[in-house]
Design a protein around this ligand. Structure first.
Ligand code: HEC
Length: 124
């Protein structure tokens, strides 16, 4: 009986380790996904694309001096995690006519990991 309890305890410990390791890996994996954005985006300054500093819950088209497309300016969106996930899956589906020339991320895992990374890395 004691042996079963010890075994169960071991399994529980093992599980909690796996869960926290996965949460940490998400951000690291998301950082790699962000490499696909770096051609156009940085955190802290605008390049071809607008500065992504503080992007989570930022209203769309709000970087002073960045030349956004009309559709982006008129989108009325706020970059909640949900809206970001929809946008990054297929930018032109959420904002038809956007100047962001990026087809989208096919894998939902990539999107979730990327958002986890953005949540940490873009805090101003
Ligand atoms: C080929 C260049 C390019 C790539 C690659 C790219 N973007 Fe963009 N992005 C842009 C441009 C240009 C805009 C402005 C779009 C507009 O005005 O319609 C933009 C806009 C955005 C916005 C809206 C910002 C705002 O201020 O409203 C977000 C969020 C965003 N990009 C995230 C990403 C992420 C995350 C990736 C990587 C998965 C990515 N982009 C890849 C060029 C790019």
């Amino acid at each position: 009986m004691a042996r079963i309890a010890t075994t169960l305890w071991g399994i529980a410990l093992g599980l909690s380790f796996t869960v926290s390791a996965a949460a940490a890996a998400d951000v690291a994996a998301g950082k790699k996904v962000f490499n696909k954005c770096k051609a156009c985006h940085a955190i802290g300054k605008s390049k071809i694309g607008p500065d992504l500093a503080g992007i989570i819950n930022r209203p769309a088209a709000s970087i002073e001096g960045f030349k956004y497309s009309d559709p982006m300016q008129n989108s009325g969106l706020t970059w909640t995690e949900e809206n970001l996930a929809t946008f990054l899956k297929k930018p032109k589906a959420l904002v038809p006519g956007t100047r962001m020339a990026f087809a989208g991320l096919k894998k939902d895992d990539d999107i979730q990991n990327l958002i986890a990374y953005l949540k940490e890395a873009t805090v101003p």
